[in-house]
Design a protein around this ligand. Structure first.
Ligand SMILES: Cc1ncc(COP(=O)(O)O)c(C=O)c1O
Length: 445
């Protein structure tokens, strides 16, 4: 069965069973996985082998920003693959020259050079290296409510519980306080968060700290949007102590928030910036670390001790350049900005109707709904790092109603592709509306 029959002849059940038998799934107890088999995808919709249509309300892993199946990117990939598939990274190619120049055009401030990796975690690993080599210092500051990837260094920087089973990690990583505490409705005052960072720098010794890492907007840990003044405040503290600021925009970058990069909302230029996901909209694997001119200049005379067989892979770079053209040609970043208030209205309507909606947040099409048993006192629908029968039932309801999104902890993510229309957005929120009746039954009092 399966491996010997013609392609396209397997059912969803057969694909899932054979995949489970011979392939490993991420972040899972293998015996509990229940994958959805997908045959093809177009725009905001996925299609199963039986032709069932599923609305992708999370752009897969907040990454298929331009939407699925765009011919322009597929053609660019095909053309590059027909011409030149691969040269090792010490060679160079026209696609590398053109993509580097294009990125320099859209990157914030004086960032004008990139090192290409295979994905987000490798971008973080190389940002750690660049920061350490450029500064000659070793300590890295990172936050608890963060995810930076599953390789060893990135996992050590990651503050969330996915780190626990992977410890011990690399040495020299120190935590500083978050903008949002778990179990509280809103952010802490900016001055308090920034003072927390100042305290850690004082106690650790500024001259031993290479860099402060942060997700500009925290992604999987809850779409935590920093209050105005925070990102600029971190920049000012880093400048004052001569510490590098590294923005992780693997998830928040490439139009998700209605600007090219989330730092653009606050007019801040970090020293290093990591990206992946929306860079190719996941059509092919690619990540990058961008650096400011001054950092790049140091490496004109200083050796960079890093490299990857697939750095600057021509076919992935072709996917990236074509993806960037799609953002521009179709005005997708403008669409995300235009739909920002529309998503906010949907969130507000659901909050007004459902007592289980404790808080909602979005910037552009980067959004989330937090569910509670009680708004006052604030009681999340799950314990920290846990789940609940209600959240499991919500996940099942969404799947049964053909909407895909992530429902970690007590939250429902709302991160559709940036090509979504207002009608398709309403279609997704109507399904979520139905699911929230389940959560309402858990509301106390
Ligand atoms: C903010 C952030 N950084 C880094 C990563 C790691 O990226 P990858 O899974 O491509 O290694 C992720 C992945 O979700 C992410 O959200």
């Amino acid at each position: 069965m399966g491996t010997t029959t013609a392609f396209g002849s397997m059912t969803s059940e057969e694909i899932a069973a054979l995949s489970r038998e011979h392939t490993f799934f991420s972040w899972s107890v293998q015996g509990a996985v229940d994958p959805i088999a997908v045959d093809h995808a177009e725009g905001v919709y996925l299609y199963t082998p039986e032709g069932k249509r599923i609305l992708d309300f999370n752009s897969q892993l907040m990454s298929v920003n331009i939407g699925h199946g765009d011919r322009r990117v597929i053609d660019a990939i095909t053309a590059q693959a027909m011409k030149l598939q691969y040269v090792q990274p010490a060679f160079t190619t026209e696609i590398r020259a053109r993509l580097g120049a294009k990125l320099a055009e859209i990157l914030p401030g004086d960032m004008d050079k990139v090192f290409f990796t295979l994905g987000g975690a490798e971008a973080i690993e190389n940002a750690i290296k660049l920061a350490r080599h450029a500064s000659g210092r070793h300590k890295i500051l990172a936050r608890y409510r963060s995810y930076h990837g599953a390789t060893l260094g990135a996992m050590t920087l990651t503050g969330d519980p996915r780190r626990w089973a992977n410890e011990p990690g690399i040495v020299g990583v120190v935590r500083y306080p978050d903008t949002h505490r778990w179990g509280e409705a809103g952010p802490r005052p900016v001055a308090e968060s920034l003072q927390g960072l100042e305290d850690v720098i004082r106690y650790e010794g500024a001259r031993s700290i290479a860099a402060v890492f942060l997700e500009t907007i925290v992604g999987t840990n809850g779409i935590l949007i920093p209050p105005d003044g925070y990102i600029a405040g971190v920049r000012e503290i880093c400048d004052r102590h001569d510490i590098l600021m590294v923005a992780d925009e693997v998830m928040a970058g490439f139009g998700r928030t209605g600007r090219w990069f989330a730092v653009d909302h606050w007019d801040v230029t970090p020293d290093l910036m990591t990206m992946a996901k929306g860079l190719t909209s996941s059509y092919l694997p690619l990540g990058a670390v961008a650096m400011r001119h001054g950092i790049a200049e140091k490496f004109e005379t200083q050796m960079f001790y890093g490299g990857l067989t697939y750095s600057s892979h021509p076919v992935s770079l072709a996917a990236a350049l074509a993806t960037i053209s799609v953002y521009e040609e179709d005005g997708l970043i403008e669409n995300a900005a235009r739909l920002d208030p529309v998503m906010r209205e949907h969130h507000a309507r659901l909050a007004a109707k459902h007592p289980s909606v404790g808080a909602t947040r979005n910037l552009g099409l980067f959004g989330i709904i937090d569910l509670v048993r009680s708004r006052d006192p604030w009681t999340p629908l799950t314990p920290f790092n846990g789940t609940s029968d209600e959240m499991k039932a919500i996940g099942k309801y969404l799947r049964d109603h053909d909407l895909y999104t992530m429902v970690p902890n007590n939250s429902i993510h709302t991160n559709p592709p940036l090509c979504i229309t207002a009608d398709q957005l309403a279609e997704g929120f109507d399904i979520i509306d139905g699911a929230l009746d389940i959560a309402d039954q858990a509301v106390q009092g």
